[in-house]
Ligand binder design. Structure first.
Ligand code: KIV
Ligand code: ZN
Length: 556
């Protein structure tokens, strides 16, 4: 490593910056650049049919400005825009944006492509940073300004070719964040004036972090400086276009909004050159988590994600905020316990109660995600996790004092498997341990009779049971009486070699409905030597479930 090869980004000379005291209170104007910046970064760029489907998706999500491509750059881009226009796929409240280099034949071709379109954002750009000026263009600042102004003059000259199309201008000083801030203001000022922007004919000045080069607070200073130094601020829409080279695209965008930007360009799930463009889904849902309407419909993230993956061929990383497979999942025991308790508390609150479940920044249901995946089981998981899985997927209310035993069993299985356990495997652990053990004790035959006491109807009923059990592979005939089937069965075991015990805890509930109902009983028994075990019984008959639970506890 050679840190001496690099130098820190110079701070912006700004006094009394105001952005740190601001907060985001409303959604910006969103512009999707998926079909241009995102598409150009795909290993296999989308074809026309895929682009049409992607456009429809963006419209469905509520984007009102959509950059559709670079129509003068290829037949696909050109024909795609023609299809959008000819098939009338652009809703009245949506404006498409086209990118073009400021060169006469390219502008002509783009205007030709716009025929029949009622309005457009015409986006031109040139690069302004010292490195681009020096290495790519070998031009002075004055020459770079001239390139931009020549471009504007050319667009203005060719404007009649756009016919009835209402053309709004967007100018990007590409590599803005690497450009000396005073020069960025100077060139944008010149472009704005050349275009003749007014409050009724606003120009979009798009300030890209073409390559992220500094911390987001520096970027916020750049934006605040720009917003306070550009003249006729009411004739200008300040737009952000963050990329993500330092992994700070979202923070850059949010701080840029604090600093005065009005508009944001980005892509869904952050597709784009190198580390990608700004992920608009994250910024939108971050706003949502603060009680702000993002003005995008992000209520079905699984659908949006599946469509995105299908159309771009790009996978979404499982840790991607909000959309990743694992982002609402807790493996760790203490997290699971807190989520389980938070969710249980929530079940007793009014539906619109403010969300405060630990470890879940938003309610997964709000974005179309399910609770099932919230808690998953691996060797890091704790006692509450397995109980949550059994409750949520099988309706089993495992008694709280039984959670530690269940947790240990499941944890051991995950540790042995050296991987996450599937939901069915968690149930398997439970059922192997408590429902399917027949040794040393099993019931071969059991019948019960209800005996009416001579004292009449109001007196307690007595239950007598008779049957045959197998204990350590030897058969015993049993018989006993009690105040219920379970009591009678326990009494009947007293004349066998089965060790003496008392029932010290008992819980029961039913699962299912109608003829499909099963009763589940959970018992804890305490032997004479103080040893305790838990057992579980399942049966269509409540009394029998209790008996099965005692057998299960004796087989531990
Ligand atoms: O990242 C960038 O600078 C761009 C421009 C063309 C706006 O995509
Ligand atoms: Zn870009």
């Amino acid at each position: 490593m050679k840190p001496e090869k690099y130098k820190p980004f110079a701070a912006i000379d700004i006094k009394n910056r105001s952005w740190p005291d601001k907060s985001i209170t409303k959604a910006p104007v969103w512009c999707s650049v998926d079909l241009r910046d995102g598409n150009q970064a795909l290993v296999n760029p989308m074809g026309i049919e895929q682009k049409l489907a992607f456009f429809d998706l963006l419209v469905k999500l509520g984007f009102k400005e959509i950059e559709v491509g670079f129509p003068s750059a290829s037949d696909t881009e050109y024909n795609f825009l023609r299809r959008l226009i000819e098939e009338k796929r652009i809703p009245d409240d949506v404006t498409v944006q086209v990118l073009c280099q400021a060169r006469e034949h390219l502008i002509k071709k783009t205007f030709e492509c716009l025929q029949g379109l009622p309005r457009v954002i015409f986006h031109i750009y040139n690069s302004t940073s010292p490195a681009q000026r020096k290495y790519t263009f070998n031009m002075t600042k004055e020459e770079i300004v001239k390139v931009a102004l020549d471009g504007i003059a050319c667009v203005k000259k060719l404007l009649p070719l756009a016919g009835d199309c209402d053309v709004r201008l967007e100018y990007s000083p590409e590599s803005f964040s690497n450009t000396e801030i005073d020069f960025a203001v100077e060139i944008c000022e010149a472009v704005k004036n050349a275009w003749g922007a007014t409050p009724d004919k606003k120009i979009i000045l798009n300030l890209p972090t073409t390559v992220e080069c500094a911390m987001p607070n520096i970027f916020a200073d750049q934006i605040e400086y720009f917003c306070t130094h550009i003249t006729n601020r009411d004739s200008v829409i300040i737009s952000l276009h963050p990329h993500n080279d330092r992994g700070e695209g979202v923070a850059t965008c949010e701080m840029g909004l604090l600093a005065g930007a009005d508009r944001v360009e980005g892509t869904i799930f952050g597709n784009g050159e190198r580390t990608g463009n700004l992920d608009i889904v994250i910024v939108g849902l971050n706003m949502y988590s603060q009680g702000i309407d993002p003005e995008l419909d992000l209520s079905d993230i699984p659908f949006i994600a599946a469509k995105y993956e299908e159309l771009t061929g790009m996978p979404i990383h499982p840790r991607t905020p909000y959309a990743g497979e694992l982002v609402f999942t807790a493996f760790s025991g203490s997290h699971q316990d807190a989520i389980r308790k938070g969710m249980a508390a929530r079940a007793t609150m009014p539906e619109n109660a403010v969300w405060d479940v630990p470890y879940l920044p938003i309610d997964p249901h709000d974005i179309g995600r399910q609770y099932e995946g919230i808690i998953r089981i691996n060797s890091q998981s704790g006692k509450g996790g397995a109980a949550f899985i059994l409750e949520n997927n099988y309706g089993l209310s495992i008694p709280k004092p039984m959670h530690p035993v269940l947790g240990e069993i499941v944890k051991e299985a995950a540790d042995k498997a050296q991987r996450e356990l599937k939901i069915a495997e968690v149930y398997d652990c439970f059922s192997k341990q408590w429902l399917n053990k027949t040794e040393p004790l099993s019931i071969t035959d059991l019948a019960e009779t209800h005996i009416d006491s001579p004292a009449g109807k109001n007196a307690d009923k007595t239950v007598a049971c008779r049957g045959v059990i197998l204990w350590k592979e030897k058969e015993y005939a049993i018989g006993g009486k009690g105040n219920g089937p379970l009591d009678a069965f326990v009494a009947a075991l007293k004349d066998t070699p089965v060790p003496r015990f008392n029932i010290t805890s008992f819980y029961e509930h039913s699962v299912g409905s109608g003829s499909d109902t099963s009763a589940f009983s959970y018992v804890q028994i305490t032997f004479e030597d103080g040893r305790q075990t838990w057992g579980v019984g399942k049966s269509s008959n409540v009394g029998r479930a209790g008996i099965e639970a005692v057998v299960s506890a004796l087989n531990q």
